[in-house]
Design a protein around this ligand. Structure first.
Ligand SMILES: Cc1ncc(C[n+]2csc(CCOP(=O)(O)OP(=O)(O)O)c2C)c(N)n1
Length: 576
């Protein structure tokens, strides 16, 4: 008997290196599930919600692989969409396999009928295979788009295709996940070198595109005597072993980087498409190098835009750069950075009170005991603020979150994918209480597959970031409270070790115990609901409009420490 389409699909995706398909089986997916089981090379990972599957697949893509998730007709694949948006916006290669109702039922508002064009906004390629002959080529194209353009490729198929015999005359090619290295022309590099050689105060601002370029960025900074700032996605690539480090800007960052962007003569943006344009307001001349040249100049004015990958571009640029002697600008920025660090350290050194543990202290404790090559995930909300500020890069650690899409609930399911694909590296998820509640069912996936993930809940009993957002906008915070279950008991009920920490004096030991536990563990830490970090959705203009007295009024009834914290943040923002 000839091969079925389902069997051929498994062969094609296994040959492309896919090791797992995250999904919830059902109706139009069942034959694919069955073909995967019979083939044996790929693991079907049974998640509880398809969005969690898409996030787990994203994590595989962030870690350098090709993630894969599947959703069955209608609701099954609709559930994938948020995680796919996240993967696509991060640039994480993911193959999405939405199966659909029978092909001849389309157009009749049939049961579970959906329009797959919904995936257009979160993919480089999105097609629905209608015949056995189309499917192998479309599948190959979806994977090639995901790998080469970095993001999501969608290959939909009617469930009724799966048990048809393969088309003997179908074209089947291997998957080429090639992303050619880009470098500007010599003339363009000369122009950039001229700009840099002719300026005194140069600031380097690097993003995720600096992956694999750490040493060259350092060499360039050394020659230019330039401070180096970085985005959150670039942090793990540039923060470590960096004598030029001035940290991050924006609401998670500090004055050293923000001021440098503002007052330098030339701002050199390397591999970053940082979206918070209010923090890129500068009088400097801006040069930007991106390997997606179509995105040049969409965040700030760019005098010189170049198409290039950072490592080969700097390799070619470095010999053209004259070494500068004057390092006074660098020194000034580094002393501002030392003050930023001192401020952060001040918050982290206060453990907090019973039931109101300082989240800064918690994040710093995680940083202290986590492995040198740990994989961290952080939920959108305050957890990302604390992770950004306190989890240090080592050159071997990974930090992922929903940093371009900004969705809640990403940390725990990303940790699932990281545990599967992370080659045994320690995986620590920094979860919000709102975040973990949102896809809570999938902690059972962690239990089911005995994934040794460390879930740490920053449990402040509220949608903390939104609460402060509302207050800063002059609105009474409403419906932001989160009456929570005892998360550690929920974990225990699922077969996961649960630890609750309310006493700051017990946090250190609890984190050590959790990180050394040989299996999954959830640590539920009651954190200080009043700890303030600035909300990312508020614009600089809005924040500037707030005076300390207004903040005092809005935060009436809160402790003196909180007011002080707000005051410091607002003063800092006002200083920009
Ligand atoms: C899916 C989704 N819904 C709503 C929001 C808006 N939002 C951003 S942060 C946040 C609060 C998150 O609360 P929690 O997980 O408890 O974290 P906290 O800020 O308290 O640390 C909300 C509601 C969002 N970003 N994503």
């Amino acid at each position: 008997m000839s091969k079925t389409v389902a069997e051929q699909m498994v062969e094609i995706i296994a040959a492309a290196g896919i090791q797992r398909v995250y999904g919830v089986t059902g109706d139009s997916l069942n034959l694919l599930n069955d073909a995967i089981r019979r083939d044996g090379r790929i693991q079907w990972v049974h998640v509880r919600h398809e969005e969690a599957g898409a996030y787990a697949a994203m994590a595989e893509g962030v870690l350098g692989g090709l993630g894969c998730c599947a959703g069955s007709s209608g609701p099954g694949h609709v559930h994938l969409i948020n995680g796919l948006y996240d993967a696509h916006r991060w640039g994480a290669p993911v193959l999405a396999l939405p199966s659909t109702i029978q092909r001849d039922e389309y157009g009749m508002q049939s049961f579970q009928e959906t329009d797959l064009r919904m995936f257009d906004g979160c993919s480089h390629y999105n097609q629905l295979a209608q015949t056995p002959k189309q499917l192998p080529r479309m599948l190959q194209q979806a994977m090639q788009h995901a790998l080469s353009l970095k993001g999501v490729g969608v290959c939909g198929f009617g469930g009724d295709l799966l048990d048809l015999p393969v088309a003997d005359d179908a074209i089947v090619s291997p998957v080429y996940g090639l992303a050619p290295l880009l470098r500007p022309s010599d003339a363009e590099l000369d122009k950039l070198a001229g700009l840099l050689n002719g300026a005194d105060k140069i600031m380097i601002y690097g993003g995720i595109g600096c992956i694999g370029a750490h040493d060259r960025v350092m060499s360039l900074a050394d020659k230019l005597k330039a401070p180096i700032g970085y985005t959150l996605k670039g942090k793990m690539m540039l923060e470590h072993d960096n004598r030029f480090d001035v940290g991050m800007t924006g609401f998670i960052g500090g004055a050293a980087c923000a001021d440098a962007i503002h007052d330098c003569e030339v701002l050199l943006m390397l591999g970053t498409d940082f979206p918070w344009k209010d923090f890129l307001v500068t009088k400097a001349k801006v040069a930007q190098i991106l390997n997606r040249p179509e995105h040049l100049g969409r965040r700030t004015h760019v005098e010189l835009g170049l198409a290039g990958d950072i490592a080969p571009t700097l390799e070619a640029l470095l010999p053209r750069i004259k070494a500068k002697r004057d390092d006074s600008y660098l020194k000034e920025r580094l002393s501002a950075r030392a003050k930023d660090r001192e401020r952060l350290q001040g918050h982290a050194s206060k453990p907090g009170k019973a039931g109101a543990i300082s989240p800064e202290y918690l994040a710093a404790t995680l940083d202290k005991y986590a492995d040198d090559d740990a994989i961290f995930t952080s939920d959108t909300g305050m957890s990302t603020v604390w992770a950004a500020r306190y989890l240090r890069a080592t050159g071997k650690r990974t930090l992922m979150g929903s940093y371009s899409h900004g969705s809640m609930a990403n940390a725990m399911p990303q940790a699932i994918g990281a545990a599967f694909a992370g080659d045994g590296r320690q995986v620590i998820a920094c979860c919000g209480d709102g975040g973990i509640s949102m896809l809570l069912g999938d902690i059972m996936t962690i239990a089911q597959y005995k994934l040794p993930v460390k879930l740490v809940v920053f449990n402040n009993g509220s949608l903390g970031m939104v609460e402060i957002e509302m207050q800063l906008a002059g609105l009474p915070d409403n419906q932001t409270d989160l009456p929570n279950p005892k998360f550690e008991q929920v974990a225990e009920a699922c077969g996961i070790k649960g630890i609750r920490v309310e006493d700051p004096g017990k946090l250190d030991a609890a984190i050590k115990e959790a990180l050394s536990h040989d299996g999954p563990v959830l640590v539920d830490v009651t954190t200080d609901h009043n700890a303030v970090g600035m909300p990312p959705h508020t614009t600089l203009k809005q924040l500037r409009a707030y005076t300390i007295s207004q903040a005092r009024m809005l935060l009436e009834g809160r402790s003196a420490e909180v007011l002080q914290h707000v005051k410091e943040n607002i003063k800092y923002i006002g200083d920009l």
